[in-house]
Design a protein around this ligand. Structure first.
Ligand code: PLP
Length: 385
């Protein structure tokens, strides 16, 4: 049985070219970038080359890039770092109800430390209303953190417009762009952001490496203290192979962005069209147009999401039911309930996220089995109820 992977919002396979540069870094460029000898110099050079490539992917200057252990750490650093640094001005922070847990749980943590948080609602398509942002801002607001694209429903937010408001009011603006960077063009300048999180494993790089963009002049407090690496932003000996892999993945993403984005968009549209036409009582969640290309999130009424996953997996097809990070929880997704979906509908969700190597044949194979799985599940449901 041939296997099909269509869960690219959870993670992407490491590109063979990325793996190759990582392997040669592991074996031949093993020096510590802080060492003052040839080995150290060589490692430092490779780190700085990678930094330039990551900066180029998001339109930043390389001094504005700090490598982290991934998206989660970048989000924590942006939010806790800003809260610590700017608490003299106030202790009010704003985010949305549909953020990834790396943001939401960090906000909850700060609430326990005496900060006051506002969680903005979204409409049925998953978008934050700019007027709500404007109204929520107070004299003592120091941070707004709104994600660029949602991991569960693919909906994009009006980051540029929110950034105009925060820039005018002098409030630090962070966006979690873990899902969008590498998949669509992202430019920190046109987005008007001060801080932006990204993660290599979402664009064919390795896991355990990410970055935080810190706009020149913005000063979140560091979370890790020690040897003063990353110009004191983040202490700890650098993950050189990870950084080099992230650099290569960033370079390839930038170069291949137009073809890849178009390919994902076409496959996503094809799959959505077929599902809506061929499977009764199925609908798309999230925004129909303002969404990540190739991100198809659905509800199939009367079918348990988890059982769909298991049956598809037994057919060799890997997809997801909402966010990978929360798929071991029995609570309905906080994102889907924030859209106004009932608990039952939220439990009937499926997320198919295609990647650069998927083909029309993969979609056809999924559509050869999915309608039957759903029909059988609905029949069983009717029999037991
Ligand atoms: N933010 C979003 C929107 C994500 O989708 C994820 C991972 O799924 C993260 C943050 C966490 O990133 P990482 O896995 O690199 O820690």
């Amino acid at each position: 049985m041939s296997k099909i992977y269509m869960d690219h919002s959870a993670t992407t396979p490491v590109d063979p070219d990325v793996a190759e540069v990582m392997m040669s870094t592991l074996t031949s460029s093993f020096g510590n970038p802080s060492s003052i000898h040839g080995y150290g110099n060589e490692a430092r050079k490779t780190v700085e080359e990678a930094r330039k490539k990551v900066a180029a992917l998001i339109g930043a200057n390389s001094e504005e890039i700090v490598f982290t252990s991934g998206g989660t750490e970048a989000d924590n650093m942006a939010i806790i770092g800003t809260a610590l640094s700017y608490q003299g001005r106030g202790r009010h922070i704003i985010t949305s109800q549909i953020e990834h847990h790396a943001v939401l749980d960090t906000f909850k943590y700060l609430e326990k430390q005496g900060y006051e948080a506002t969680y903005l609602p979204v409409n049925r398509l998953g978008q934050v209303d700019i007027n709500h942002v404007n109204k929520a801002i107070r004299e003592d607001t120091i941070l707004v953190s709104i994600m660029h694209a949602n991991n569960e429903i693919g909906t994009m937010q009006a980051i540029e417009e929110i950034g105009e408001i925060t820039r005018e009011k002098g409030i630090v603006f962070h966006t979690d762009a873990v899902q969008s960077v590498g998949r669509i063009p992202v430019n920190v300048k046109s987005l008007n952001v001060d801080l932006l999180s990204l993660s290599a494993h979402k664009f064919y790089g390795p896991k355990g490496i990410g970055a935080l963009y810190i706009r020149s002049g913005i000063k979140p407090a560091p979370l890790l203290h020690g040897g003063g690496q990353e110009r004191n932003w983040r202490s700890g000996t650098e993950n050189v192979p990870g950084i080099v892999g992230m650099g290569k993945a960033a370079e390839m993403s930038l170069e291949l962005m137009p073809q890849r984005s178009l390919h994902l968009r076409e496959l996503g549209h094809y799959l959505t069209r077929r599902i809506i036409q061929e499977i009764p009582h199925a609908y798309l969640t999230g925004h129909p147009e303002d969404r990540l290309p190739g991100h198809v999130s659905l509800v199939f009424l009367g079918v348990e999401g988890a059982s769909m996953l298991i049956f598809l997996d037994s057919e060799g097809i890997a997809v997801s039911g909402g966010s990978a990070c929360t798929s071991n929880s029995f609570d309905p997704s906080h994102v889907l309930t924030a859209l106004g979906l009932t608990k039952e509908a939220a439990h009937s969700s499926l997320r198919v996220t295609v990647g650069k190597d998927n083909t029309y044949a993969d979609i056809n194979q999924l559509m050869a089995v999915l309608p039957g799985i759903i029909e059988r599940q609905r029949l069983m449901w009717n029999l037991v109820n």
